[in-house]
Design a protein around this ligand. Structure first.
Ligand code: UDX
Length: 438
């Protein structure tokens, strides 16, 4: 099937390459010339395991191409919208300017019957509003239908989550005839018996934000309990293991520590609250304010711990922050807890050295004044305090004996609860972790 994917960021580029991998003929369109040139050359402009191979393979077959010209999308009849919906400046709401720009540019170029399949995370009601917008823009004799098909991919698992998703959710307006087309798009997944859930537009839009709000709530729940564990001498990791055995609860997303960041969870819970407020249901989601503030508090608590460990002030002290990405196996630093604490410590006067296996380039662009080390060893050299802030395997697997020979003082805070405490203590380290009394 011929299709276009508008927006080639983490979501769109992955979706475009994976659709081609499944046998479709796909053109990816973006206004960012630099990004398009890289993708067309077989270079993924961000770190996503497995994607470079799929990108190159499908460019070679000719099934996948990239363009900055929307006219190249007009030959397809199915168009995915995968542009960003960032938090609006000065408010909690989602900014829809990229979604609007995408349809405003695409629709006047279309002739005949087309389907626009929204994948971006949007406030409930957007699809209906977009339908009115495209109806006004479509030329005579052209029909363009908006459907919503939220994307649940996790960065760093994008390929797997696109090719073998847990479920496919499709929102359609009453009387829509689009379902068979979407079944053809996802024929490979349907052959695997992946649940295909058809619903109205509003519900499909809400499914995505509700899923992210639930995940965020789960993380903040365990981080709130972590604070009580610290106050009472408990251990949040053992607690999470124990409650996680109950399959109504489950152990996933009960990793206590520095909390969630990235381009999705923080802005999605805020946009969900903002939209509920517009709809007159603000009380319903007021708990998400608390979820947000518990999450942000973990960053402040970490900075407080660092100060406490260094005798009350970090001024002039050498602190190593391991990690800049918002999570492991990603180079994304958007709203990254790791970069946030590195920045706070630096602003408080610490000499902060940061190392991340993949996110150094992005981190430098966002926070150019920090000191970036070229390697883990260089980052550790002379440190008076080490903070593990992103759960990269390279940091989880550090050898406490070897690391002990590099630092000035063997003192570490595990911000992700991933280190083997006994091994680090046995090697002479003083180790502290969020949510545990060690
Ligand atoms: C999330 C959703 O998982 C995905 O379904 C949606 O499509 C987009 O948003 P992503 O932002 O890629 O995906 O990251 P995710 O793997 O969910 O992690 C989010 C954050 O939570 C990271 O900062 C991670 O470090 C943190 N986290 C995760 C915890 O602090 N504890 C946990 O137990 C799990």
């Amino acid at each position: 099937m011929k299709m276009s994917v508008i927006g080639t960021g983490y979501l769109g580029a992955t979706h475009a390459a994976c659709m081609a991998e499944l046998g479709h003929e796909v053109v990816g369109v973006d206004v960012d010339e630099n990004k398009i040139n890289q993708l067309a050359d077989g270079v993924v402009p961000f770190h996503e395991p497995g994607l470079p191979e799929i990108l190159r393979r499908n460019l070679d077959t000719g099934r996948l191409s990239f363009s900055t010209d929307y006219a190249d999308a007009a030959g397809a009849h199915v168009h995915f919208i995968g542009v960003g919906t960032p938090q609006e400046r000065g408010s909690y709401a989602a900014d829809l300017k990229y979604v609007h720009a995408a349809v405003d540019t695409l629709v006047p170029l279309l002739e005949g019957e087309h389907l626009i399949v929204g994948k971006s995370t949007v406030p409930v009601g957007t699809a209906e509003e977009l339908q009115e917008r495209v109806d006004a823009l479509a030329g005579p004799g052209t029909t363009v239908e908006i459907v919503w098909n939220p994307e649940f991919l996790r960065e760093s698992h994008g390929v797997e989550d696109t090719i073998h998703p847990d479920r496919i959710v499709v929102g359609l307006r009453a009387g829509s005839a689009a379902e068979p087309i979407l079944r053809e798009v996802y024929a490979a997944q349907l052959a695997e018996d992946i649940p295909f859930l058809v619903m109205d537009l509003a519900t499909a839009e809400l499914v995505k934000v509700a899923a992210n709000a639930f995940l965020a709530t789960k993380i903040s729940f365990i981080n709130a309990v972590a604070e009580v564990c610290e106050a009472s001498g408990g251990d949040v990791t053992r607690l999470a293991d124990a409650i996680g055995h109950d399959d109504r609860i489950g152990r996933k997303f009960l990793g206590a520590g520095l909390g969630f960041g990235g381009g999705c969870l923080p802005k999605d819970i805020r946009a969900f609250m903002a939209r509920a407020g517009e709809l007159g249901a603000d009380q319903a989601l007021s708990f998400l304010r608390e979820v947000d503030s518990i999450n942000m508090r973990q960053r402040d608590r970490m900075v407080h711990f660092a100060k406490e460990d260094l005798g009350g002030s970090v001024m002039g002290r050498r602190v190593t922050v391991l990690g800049a990405a918002f999570k492991a196996n990603s180079d994304d630093v958007r709203d990254s807890p790791a970069l946030n604490i590195a920045g706070q410590l630096s602003l408080a006067g610490a000499a902060v050295s940061v190392y991340d296996p993949q996110a150094m380039g992005n981190a430098r662009r966002v926070f150019p004044t920090l000191d970036y080390a070229d390697s883990l060893d260089e980052a550790l050299a002379g440190a008076e305090l080490v903070i593990l802030a992103t759960e990269w395997p390279q940091f989880r697997e550090m050898d406490p004996v070897g690391c002990g020979q590099l630092v000035a003082v063997k003192r570490i805070i595990d911000g992700r609860n991933v280190l083997d405490v006994d091994a680090w203590q046995a090697a002479g380290w003083s180790i502290r972790a969020l949510g545990r009394s060690l």
